[in-house]
Design a protein. Sequence first.
Length: 269
Amino acid sequence: MKTFETSPASERFGQYFRIAPALDAAARDEVYFVRHDVYARELGFEPVRAEQREMDGYDRHALHCIVRTNDDNVRPVGCARVVLTDPQDRHAPLPFERSCRATLDRRIIDPAALPRERIAEVSRLAVMGEFRRRRGELHRPVALSARDSSSEPAARFPNIPVSLYFGAVALAQRAGVEYLFTLTEPRLAKHFARGGVQIETVGAPIEHRGMRIPSLMRVSQVYSSLRAMVRPIWHEVHAQMDTCYLVHEAMVHQGLAEAPVTQGAPLSA
C-alpha cells in the first residue's frame, strides 16, 4: 500500500486538496474572503473590513483559482488571481507596470510593446494561516519549502504554492495569455528554479511588502522545462481545473449556472 512517504506528489496533493477556477460569484466571494483573512486580518497589508472581503479594482478584469480541502469539512486553503489587461482600456497598466515603472529593464522585455491581450499578471497569492505553520513563515502570505516537492513526511501540506501557480498558468492559457508577469520573492524564484520552472528576472528589485523582483513566465514554455518530480503536480492541477470547466459548462447548458468566466468578472455586490 502506498504511504504518504512513497506516494507521488500529485497523489499526495489530490489526497488532501482540490483546486478549481472561481467560475461563479460564490467562488469569487470565497477567494475575496481568503485574501482578506491573509492580507488584512493576519498580515495587516490591507485594512480590515467589516464584510471580511479583500477586493480592488483589478478584480473587475481578473481570473481566480482556489484550493480547498478534500475532506468532509471542505474549507478554503489558498487562492491566486491572474489580472488581465482591462478590456475597456488595453493600455491601462497592470499593477506591476505601476510599481516597477522605474525598475523594469525594457531591453529585456517591454510590456507596453507587447500585444496587450497576451499579457497578464499573477498576484494576490495567499495561503490560509493553518496551512503555513512553519517557523518564519507566519508573516508571509505563502509558505515554501524545498520539501514541498519531495516525498518527506515533513512536507505537511505539500505543494500548495506550486499548485496555485500552476493553476494561474492554466487560467492564463485559457485566456490566451503568453506573457505572465509577477512580482517574485527571491526565495520563491529559487524554489521554482529547483523544480525547473523558468522565471526570468525583467528588472531591478523593489520594496513591496518585502523585497520583490519583477519576473516573467512564458506560458507556452512552462511545462517543457519542468523537472520530472514536478510534472505530476502540473498534470493533477490541470486535470482538476479542466474537470471543473467541463462540469460548469454542462451546468450552464442546463441553465443551472452562470456563463463560464474567461475574461474576468465583475466584483461581487
